[in-house]
Design a protein around this ligand. Structure first.
Ligand SMILES: NC(=O)C1=CN([C@@H]2O[C@H](COP(=O)(O)OP(=O)(O)OC[C@H]3O[C@@H](n4cnc5c(N)ncnc54)[C@H](O)[C@@H]3O)[C@@H](O)[C@H]2O)C=CC1
Ligand SMILES: C[N+](C)(C)CC(=O)CC(=O)[O-]
Length: 472
């Protein structure tokens, strides 16, 4: 698959990185003589951050090329993304040319922050709005606006590169999200101009409170909880009048008619009524504990997008020893010594155990049925350093897989297949109701038994059964 990036500044560079790191070839057209350097720097940042969201490897990177002619860049492209400056005359000219040059089947997306598709296409172009958020390689939201068929075609492509296409029902200046951002921006400027707050104080007001909250539940679900047990209607009754008080410089607000209240409360019920306020509070609190990786665990917001994308990534083939981990090492796993911190070797081993459990059928459904494995002992050996950005591949040998016992030996390989660590771990099968050890279900026992038998023919790994401080 090939993407053509027309305009490779802040946003075009982010698009280039998003496509490239998801295995697409990327061709760039930008008359700026510095474009190649600037895009290279954006891609370098993307390489150290995007793979860190995943616990499995992204596809091998595509090829990146730069072109002095737009026609060359768009040749055979499946997706063409315009990210030139926000000037309508310029967009008319470039989108018009692109509509002539592009393959008929190619999507032509514009990154415009505010122009409507009817404005972009008024001189005959066939573009849709595909509005991203900075940094494009990390944030999943893309607002799709325009011809319904073209947007429908575009959406699965965006999902396949880990993005979240949001269909905008009717075109409007600045789409959905930028209308909020512009309102917040306008208020912030007033606060600074009137000497009420400094820019730093405004940033603290956002990042110490509602900014974190919004990342996991947005506006309506957050306010539903703020209404207490009585929910959205109570919230609107309590805070509706404030919209008429001078709480905001933006006095142009909708009338709270019964119809509007019912509409919003009804939509809120449909969106979140399947959970009690207490459950929503717990979910909110859990989500606040961490950011995108934690969001990934609960499946909320951007975390759900990463989860779904990861589930669609090709799984490595299982050789003699199954691959139970394949990922890049994130910066957050490193420490003051400039290498991967000891705790994360255990985390990597624990994730490999989870993956192995899935392989034998002791997966989420099995656990939900009341059965699982508990770890009772682990031994980690640190053999060579690992650094941020290194690829980490884990293979697992079954030392014992009989009865209640599951004895695993994880090999952690770093760059050039160097053995960086081993994690040996002993687990017992348990009944989650009684919390006592128990035999696994027959299907799990059979799959585990097959691994046990196959691996019994292998040599006992060097270092298996070692105690701490034992001489080699
Ligand atoms: N910066 C942001 O936060 C966001 C910007 N956008 C939108 O993305 C678009 C681009 O914005 P930025 O990347 O911020 O601007 P930018 O100024 O960083 O990049 C624009 C790039 O377009 C290139 N360019 C100028 N004329 C060109 C032409 N005729 N053909 C090809 N390339 C040309 C420039 O050399 C430059 O590299 C705008 O429509 C903007 O509204 C969308 C989301 C966020
Ligand atoms: C400031 N802006 C209008 C260009 C912002 C956007 O369009 C989206 C973003 O990334 O904030």
């Amino acid at each position: 698959m090939k993407a053509a990036i027309i305009g490779g500044g802040v946003i075009g560079g982010g698009w280039a990185a998003r496509f490239l790191l998801n295995g697409w070839d990327v061709a760039v057209f930008d008359p700026d003589p510095e474009a190649e350097r600037k895009i290279g720097e954006v891609i370098a940042n993307a390489r150290r951050s995007l793979p860190a969201l995943y616990d499995t490897a992204l596809p091998a990177e595509g090829n990146l090329s730069f072109h002095s002619e737009m026609a060359d860049a768009v040749q055979n492209a499946n997706w063409i993304q315009e990210s030139i400056p926000e000037r309508l005359d310029l967009k008319h000219r470039i989108l018009g040319d692109l509509s002539e040059l592009a393959p008929e089947t190619a999507v032509i997306g514009s990154s415009t922050s505010g122009f409507k598709p009817s404005e972009l296409n008024e001189k005959g172009a066939r573009a849709i709005v595909a509005h991203p958020f900075n940094p494009v390689y990390l944030l999943p939201l893309i607002e799709l606006v325009g011809d319904a068929g073209a947007c429908e075609n575009a959406a699965p492509v965006l999902r396949s590169i880990g993005m979240f296409p949001l269909m905008v029902r009717k075109e409007i200046d600045a789409h959905i999200a930028d209308r909020f951002l512009e309102a917040v921006w306008r208020e912030a400027l007033w606060l600074v101009k009137d000497g009420i707050a400094t820019t730093e104080e405004i940033d603290e007001a956002i990042r110490m409170g509602f900014g974190i909250r919004w990342a996991q539940m947005g506006l309506f679900e957050t306010y539903r909880i703020a209404g207490g047990e009585a929910g959205m209607k109570h919230f609107m009754a309590q805070f509706g009048p404030a919209l008429k008080w001078p709480w905001t410089k933006l006095m142009d607000v909708p009338e709270f008619t019964d119809e509007l209240v019912d509409l919003i409360a009804g939509q809120s019920d449909a969106q979140s009524g399947h959970m009690s306020i207490r459950e929503l509070e717990r979910l909110r609190d859990d989500n606040l504990v961490g950011m995108m990786r934690a969001l990934k665990k609960t499946g909320s917001g951007a975390g759900g997008v990463i989860q779904r994308h990861e589930a669609d990534l090709p799984k490595p083939e299982a050789p003699d020893l199954p691959i139970t981990g394949d990922r890049k090492i994130p910066v957050s796993w490193t420490d003051y010594n400039g290498h991967m911190n000891e705790t994360h070797y255990l985390e990597a081993g624990s994730l490999a155990t989870d993956r192995f459990m899935e392989l034998i059928g002791a997966d989420a459904n099995y656990i939900a049925s009341g059965k699982s494995y508990f770890t009772i002992e682990t031994h980690v050996r640190y053999l060579s350093e690992l650094h941020a950005g290194n690829r980490l591949t884990i293979r697992t040998q079954v030392l014992k897989g009989e009865g209640k016992k599951l004895h695993l030996f994880h090999f952690l390989y770093g760059p050039d297949d160097t053995l960086a660590a081993t994690v040996e771990t002993l687990l017992l099968h348990v009944d989650l109701t009684t919390r006592a050890s128990s035999l696994p279900d027959q299907a799990v026992a059979e799959k585990l038994g097959a691994y046990h038998q196959a691996h019994a023919a292998l040599e006992q790994p060097e270092g298996a059964g070692r105690s701490v401080g034992q001489k080699a």
